[in-house]
Ligand binder design. Structure first.
Ligand code: NAD
Length: 476
């Protein structure tokens, strides 16, 4: 595959390429251009050149193009989803859901593109009034990780285009294929050349050229907290706006009055969807002591029933982890907990059999008696391993839930409205789900607190992030 700069599908100027590997088999799926600073330069220039005309286009015309792009993506869903499974490892069912989310996101922001409005303000001086006008911020550098390459791309590209911004997108170097295919589908709807560009390559090699470029007006980043901190420092040089969607360690509290059947289903989905590699995964489970034993059995049973397999296999429920490094990291976190006295009540090993030999598979794993100072309790666990902690009441649960540097999502299961309200008010996170699966909705703002970042994706708030407000005073 190629990258798309100024409307053209191009190779890297230096001719270098990157192999994209299949996490289930270790085979090469395809190659993409391995971009360098000169390719970033070309993409940013193309986006900067396209900006004035795109920004001046009436909102309803941008809306028409976004709706047309959604239709093109829907047609290509099977192809995009297959590429995603081959390069990322997730099951084809998960990939299909994700590819469909891109079309839905395009439609959501298409619906808003012609509804961007400013304000009229009365002022003290007679014959004088104020206006607040909204304008697109300019060229956006969108940088995405490998865990949900498509939805995280859409979360940035759709509101940016609706607002009238132009975009240079850099997907993760290990998952460029489905994204590139989706961008080609979007561009095939007729966007002017240069409005939506891609550059492929590793963050270490081209990240600085992109985020430090003086013609980039906004950086929309999703990825690790450490990378986000680096980007924020670099952005300071040009005072470039940033939106940072970073790591998380979401707590889930299950109270003793909860619907345990529904809660255990949600926790299993919340922890094991996408092999646990989700920013919004349930990463720490706090159980009230009265239901702890029963709930542990339920969640262990659900973990054991998940069929681990190559994501292309019919009936696969959980694919491999994305890379060898990712699996090793999760295994080390589990080993650390076990070494400090934790007990494994489900999984804990690599599945055995010839079909697993070349991939980065790990069994869905559940641990109890996990010490509070262990790595699983204090770090982000980005894989299919769930640490369980027992609490005596809601005060203790909230205190422990908040004992993390992260503040992305959180959830509570209870039939008691007072408990739900207290948790919603006091858990330090950008989202609290009450008796609901941790899913980010297009219609609601999503973004973290603390070291999970700042700025919002989804909803009207994401659109605001691509618009600047200017005050105008008119005297006549
Ligand atoms: P990562 O930070 O390693 O990489 C993310 C992207 O940044 C990639 O495209 C990478 O190439 C690029 N990059 C790396 N170094 C860069 C640099 N110096 N300058 C510019 N770009 C650079 O993250 P990852 O391992 O791909 O993703 C997993 C992480 O993302 C987890 O911590 C997860 O919680 C987080 N995440 C957060 C959200 C959210 O919405 N808050 C969503 C999904 C994932």
């Amino acid at each position: 595959m190629k990258m798309q700069i100024g409307g053209d599908l191009v190779a890297a100027k230096a001719g270098a390429t990157l192999d994209v590997m299949n996490p289930a088999t270790g085979e090469v799926v395809d190659q993409v251009p391995k971009g360098a600073a000169s390719d970033v330069e070309a993409a940013v220039e193309a986006a900067a050149e396209a900006f004035p005309e795109w920004a001046a286009l009436p909102g309803h015309k941008r809306a028409q193009l976004l709706f047309a792009a959604a239709a093109k993506v829907r047609e290509a869903v099977p192809e995009i989803a297959k590429l995603l499974t081959l390069e990322q490892g997730k099951t084809l069912r998960e990939s299909t859901i994700e590819a469909e989310r891109v079309a839905a996101n395009l439609e959501y922001y298409a619906g808003l593109a012609d509804k961007i409005r400013g304000d009229y303000v009365t002022l003290a001086d007679p014959g004088t009034f104020g206006m607040v006008i909204k304008r697109p911020v300019g060229v956006v550098a969108a940088i995405t990780p490998w865990n949900f390459p498509l939805t995280l791309m859409a979360n940035k590209v759709c509101p940016a285009l609706a607002a009238g911004c132009t975009v240079v997108l850099k997907p993760a170097s290990t998952t460029p294929l489905a994204t590139q295919r989706a961008i080609e589908a979007i561009n095939s709807a007729g966007f002017p050349p240069g409005v939506l560009n891609t550059v492929h390559g590793t963050g270490g090699e081209i990240g600085d050229a992109l985020t430090g470029h003086p013609k980039v007006n906004k950086i929309a980043f999703t990825g690790q907290t450490e990378t986000g901190k680096r980007i924020m420092k670099l952005a300071a040089d040009n005072v470039t706006r940033v939106t940072l969607e970073l790591g998380g360690s979401d707590p889930c509290i299950v109270c003793d009055d909860a619907d345990l059947e529904k809660a255990s289903r949600a926790v299993a989905i919340g922890r094991f969807f996408n092999a646990g590699q989700a920013c919004l995964a349930v990463k720490r489970l706090y159980l009230f002591s009265g239901i702890a034993e029963q709930f542990m059995k339920m969640i262990a049973g659900r973990a054991q029933k998940l069929r681990v397999a190559n994501g292309m296999t019919e009936g696969a429920m959980m694919g491999p982890l994305h890379t060898e490094k990712q699996r090793a990291e999760v295994e080390a976190q589990v080993a650390d907990a076990v070494g400090r006295g934790a007990k494994v009540i489900a999984g804990g090993k690599r599945p055995e059999g010839p079909e697993f030999d070349k991939g980065w598979f790990l069994q869905p794993t559940v641990l109890t008696d996990v010490p509070e100072d262990s790595r699983m309790a204090t770090e982000e666990v980005f894989g299919p391993a769930l640490p369980i902690f027992i609490v005596k009441d809601l005060d203790e649960a909230i205190e422990k839930a908040n004992g993390s540097v992260y503040g992305l999502g959180s959830s509570i299961w209870t039939r008691d409205l007072a408990k739900a309200r207290r948790a919603a008010e006091h858990i330090e996170a950008g989202y609290t789900w009450v008796n609901a699966i941790q899913v980010a909705h297009d219609e609601m703002p999503f973004g973290g607190l603390k070291q999970s970042g700042f700025g919002k994706e989804h909803g009207l708030e994401a659109l605001d992030g691509y618009l600047e407000k200017k005050s105008v005073v008119l005297s006549a």
